[in-house]
Design a protein around this ligand. Sequence first.
Ligand SMILES: Nc1ncnc2c1ncn2[C@@H]1O[C@H](COP(=O)(O)OP(=O)(O)O)[C@@H](O)[C@H]1O
Ligand SMILES: [Mg+2]
Length: 383
Amino acid sequence: MTPAEQASSRPMIEFHDVTKTYDGGRPAVEDLSIEIDRGRITVFVGPSGCGKTTSLRMINRMVEPTSGQILLDGQDIGRQKAAELRRSMGYVMQSSGLLPHRTVLDNIATVPRLNGVGKAEARRRASELLDVVGLASDLGRRYPVQLSGGQQQRVGVARALAADPPVLLMDEPFSAVDPVVRAELQEELLRLQRDLAKTIVFVTHDIDEATILGDKVAVFAVGGRLAQFAAPEEILRAPVDDFVAGFVGRDRGFRHLSFQDGDGVAIHPVETIDSDRLADPTVPVHSPWTLLVDTEGRPHGWVPQASRAGFTRQADAVPGGSLYTRGDSLRRALDAALSSPSGLGVAVDDDGRVVGVVRAAEVFGLIEAARLGRGRAEHNTAV
Ligand SMILES: Nc1ncnc2c1ncn2[C@@H]1O[C@H](COP(=O)(O)OP(=O)(O)O)[C@@H](O)[C@H]1O
Ligand SMILES: [Mg+2]
């Protein structure tokens, strides 16, 4: 291995036997040792009060450990200047923490300005970052109160990225926004990360969010005890103890389907009708459920055969369920079928055009086949 290769395979952040006790009470974090991979998303998840925020804040010395050592890129952070260290990492929290009396653009430019970047240059870069996080450039002139919660969190992410730090610390950044916006922000973060490849440490109390975002997930128990640290699939499939099993929860079997690819799911033909033909009540339909599509072949809802005559306008169609894009996970395939009024999950191509339908029973068949296959593989290695 060359020295450069060695450096890039070294964990970005290492905790060695780190303990934090506030005011002589019980340890908030006890004897934590963990290695955080470079360029990946590591999620700290666990119930409230288990030391996630404390652990995160020890990385940029907002909190000082009582004992133990934290290395950044192999260097002891205890020997670095706390203020410089803090500015060298992006930090995003639950309340966006934006300065209310500064415009969005000036908020984003804060850290580069502190680092000595000129005003014009810092603003130009801030304006680019608005685009990076999916915000229109004219929002830059507004004040934080003039933005929605989701927009404020996006600005918070832009601000954290402004100095182009290699490490991004995120403490429940999406917890205060509604579930729809939260899902958008999660997708957006994953999209960003594909380009940026930052080392991200992300704190959440939501196991769903943890398994969606994490390359690796650290499950914390009370007292900052690291209960399990593994890839999300493994935590869902094989929780190490009752605490993790309980935390991962009742739906873990279902969530685990997210990691099984749906390539084997059969896509069947489906009868479709467009709105012109729908408008003429004498045009018959032949299936119990017919799918209404637009001129591009995109789905618009279902027409039940029994009430065909009364269904002549697009607005009459029964709204469909979730869509399954070819190649998505088994979870998406099953959800498409189960959420559809016809019991048939609509499958679309990458352009959103209908390619057919999937059936729940067949998805179950694949799940069962995969389980039997796995059982057999494990049995074979055991003998
Ligand atoms: N500044 C502080 N002073 C005293 N106790 C604190 C302080 N911050 C956190 N704690 C305590 O440390 C424990 C862990 O808190 P925290 O790290 O915020 O957990 P989490 O982020 O997982 O909810 C809790 O018992 C909390 O009350
Ligand atoms: Mg916290």
